[in-house]
Design a protein around this ligand. Sequence first.
Ligand code: GCV
Length: 711
Amino acid sequence: MNADESVHLEQLMFVDDPMETNEPRVHAAWLPPEAFRSLGARRVLVHGDGLLVDTVLYEVSRACARYGGRVWHSPSWDVDVDLVFALRGADELPSSAVRAARSAGELALAEVGDGPLGDEGFLLARDGDVTVVLADAPAGLLYGLFHVVRLCAAAFDPERPPERHRPALRRRMLDHWDNVAVHPVMGQVERGYAGGSIFWRDGRPRGDLARIREYGRLLAASGVNAISVNNVNVARTEALLLTDRLGDVAEIADVLRPYHIRVHLSVTFAAPVVLGGLSTADPLDEGVRAWWAATTRTVYDRIPDFGGYVVKADSEGQPGPFTYGRDHADGANMLAEALAPLGGVVHWRAFVYNHHQDWRDRSTDRARAAYDHFAPLDGRFRTNVVVQVKFGPVDFQTREPVSPVIAAMPATRIAVELQVTQEYTGQQRHVCHLGPWWSEVLRFAPWGPDGRAVADVAAGESGAGGGLVAVANVGDDLFWTGHPLAQANLYAFGRLAWDPRRDPTAVLDEWITLTFPPSATADPDLVRRTLHEIMDDSWRTYERYTAPLGVGFMVNPGDHYGPGVDGYEYTRWGTYHFADRDGVGVDRTRASGTGFTGQYPPYWAQVYESPETCPDELLLFFHHVPYGHVLHSGSTVIQHIYDTHFAGVEEVVAMRRRWRTLNGMIDPAVYERVAERLDEQVRCATEWRDQINTYFHRKSGVPDERGRDIY
Ligand code: GCV
């Protein structure tokens, strides 16, 4: 590069840019070029070296090329700048801009206090007319860049006080349930509602690396730093990713590395048998351990920053240590031993339950299963094992209590698993903004109101926790997530994983600003207001027209979409509601039920044990009560069912009306897609309302006190 010139885009990597073509193969999600307008009009200096610094340089250069700014990389001469991105440890240069910015940054850092920036943190401060972003490590600069983008002009406000940002959770991970080969029942992506996989198609890599890179960019801008690239249900073709088809995984890792995203792989516990030709996968067998050690070394030879393995074992038909009379600690520790010398972790899922239950058996309770299997193992897992626990005891329902496992394993690294893909929350055909729900879960204090929160457990002491994981919701759909507004869930996951204390409404506001930049929107206030009106409370709206008071399921078996009140009532899956002519709900008390309440620390064990103290929204999860039972709200259970179901549909109709006011204000393709989906949401919510109300009216014989139509 000519020392007298600023950096030009074509000198940098990534010139093949999917966003720059006239006919987008994909819509730009929350980072359209317009979101970079404020940054792109500045004079920017980037100081430091390394892959991630190159990414910063590339992003800034691309924005400056579009909006008239300029960018310099570690110049040794003086330049006038508005914005400096600098690594603290990088060589000092004669450039006064770097020197001044760095010393101003150091002063600001001392002022803000509170320990080092760490390997992903950054500081943002003002030095006269210059905005300074300082980081100890390149990843911090990358996150600092996206922070500046989010702030737009506010990043250049002379009065802006210095800010330090560090992620609360070290690992912020997405699990893709993507199959390499199309599964005969589950398709290309298990529980995927956004078309095919962005990674795989019909047994092979999909081959669109530009799309994967763009995905990595979106994830980095929301704070995600790890993904697993294949389904936790590992079939024959997918098993091969560990060995013969490792190159396919490495290719993805190479593309995501510039956005600070480490790749993990779901593996089958039976790999030594199905891939290695051994006669056993017994975790205590020396030959099996040697096989895993050697195989894992090969993985790291090819992918030096490989994250580790994700394992679903002894669950829903997947193989596991039980076959050999071993327990989950034996299984997880064997893989951990192979990964430890190479810096990897094993995410071992706690989703283990009997999926061949007899519905006549009232003593077996699926909600108890994860605790019963895992709590006794606390203290036995190696330090590079993360036990990955679904946030609730059953399965990603619209409303569940927080899983008691989260509080039961103080000597184990716990990761909390959420579901961004909307398996049980409207399958990306319904607007269901999940940020408020996850925020409730993350703030929940399992030991009682004054104790640590779920997010603290996931963060662990000194950041040693397992982090936050979610099942991803993107596909090869033009809008990434099928429903364009479902993108906000992906964004919210990343931002809440970075800072679980953030107000979910503020996070949604960020997403709105980034996705519909005010400078490119006809009436930004109307767009913002309307999206908040539609989305802020949409999870509660969804809850209102689906299964009542925490009882869960009531979905159609198999695909889990739409109402099927008795769909699972006489099946082997262990998800029952026990409605009869007198009442509904599952007795999980210690006094007369399955004893599940006893899995909680004393505060909640007591609160949940009695219908008098149990929160209304979880009443039917914990208790079987008569239809006339009076809730804390003052309504009876049956009247609550009727009222919420009528209200829920009215709210969806109002959502659709509001959306129509945006016709002509935003990208017509986005407008049309959402409009279509809202029609379906109205249809489906009406079906839910009528089936649930009719079902309970017929069971109970109690009329609606307002005399509305029930069939
Ligand atoms: C990947 C639920 C889903 C399954 C999923 C499973 C899991 O049961 O319906 O599709 O399997 O959870 O989390 O492993």
